[in-house]
Design a protein around this ligand. Structure first.
Ligand code: FPP
Length: 266
């Protein structure tokens, strides 16, 4: 129904974009890009549509950006699809958001499989409705042997919640005597987070002009490069992703140290 209301947009990869992609591939690409997909509601409001129309269009952007990120050679794409705080929204909106994984996988799972994409999820899956759980679990299972882009959905995810869980697991191990307090290192904490099998994000993108983290990957983003844009998520396209990647490639990541040429020689 919504799809009929909304204009169908086919992916348009211009030769300019192809050129930009090829140039970016010569340089070091961000291996892991994390995205706070924001602005669906405002996109809909601008068009006098219900908020859920913005989420539907946002889902189309997920498809487009996943395809392009995979094509560029990004290894991991983490998308913040539903936070532990999003339950506070009106029931109608929450119910719709919980239907989106089903809708998305129902339509695009064959395409994801064909594109060698591996679907993963981080967040508290137990609290999701059964139909959402089923859609995600099926997608994770069916793509588990793929070794292309990891498409990691943060769903019912909250970073503080994740940190609490990791602290509880670690304290438990200390109490059982499996590890001692001295064993608690950055690596140990990282290995108890929901991202334990992933690299840390190299680039964080937030759309819609908001400049905050909203309880997203607080530990993992310690040395990540940030890129904010006023573009609303449903309007975010391949060229926007290239803008972010090109900006990343101009940055000078020092991780608190110095570049070789900045070290003063005696
Ligand atoms: C924030 O925008 C966006 C969300 C809470 C939902 C994001 C979900 C999608 C983009 C679709 C996910 C797709 C799949 C397949 C799970 P907002 O609604 O808060 O925007 P606003 O600030 O303009 O109101």
């Amino acid at each position: 129904m919504l799809s009929k209301l909304l204009r169908k947009r086919q992916p348009v990869i211009t030769s300019d974009l192809t050129k930009r992609k090829e140039l970016a591939q010569i340089e070091q690409l961000p291996a892991h890009i994390a995205v706070i997909m924001d602005g669906n509601g405002r996109w809909a409001k601008k068009r006098s549509l219900p908020r859920i129309a913005g989420h539907y269009e946002g889902m189309q952007t997920v498809r487009k950006i996943t395809r392009f990120a995979n094509d560029v050679g990004i290894k991991t794409l983490t998308l913040y699809a539903f936070s532990t705080e999003n339950w506070k929204r009106p029931k109608k909106e929450v119910d719709y958001l919980m239907r989106l994984p089903e809708e998305f996988m129902g339509t695009y799972l064959p395409e994801l499989i064909e594109q060698n994409v591996q679907v993963q999820m981080m967040g508290n899956i137990d609290l999701l409705p059964d139909h959402t759980k089923r859609a995600i679990t099926k997608a994770v299972e069916k793509t588990s042997h793929n070794d292309g882009l990891i498409l990691n959905f943060a769903l019912n995810y909250g970073s503080r919640d994740e940190i609490i869980q990791s602290v509880q697991q670690i304290v438990n191990k200390v109490q059982l005597g499996t590890i001692s307090c001295d064993d608690i290192t950055e690596d140990l904490i990282s290995s108890h987070l929901m991202t334990k099998d992933l690299t840390e994000p190299d680039l964080l993108i937030r759309t819609s002009g908001e400049i905050r983290l909203s309880n997203f990957m607080l530990w993992q983003l310690a040395y990540t490069e940030f890129w904010f844009t006023n573009t609303l998520w449903p309007d975010f396209d391949e060229a926007c992703l290239m803008d972010a990647i090109e900006s990343y490639q101009k940055r000078n990541r020092k991780y608190g140290g110095l570049r070789e040429e900045d070290v003063e020689k005696k």
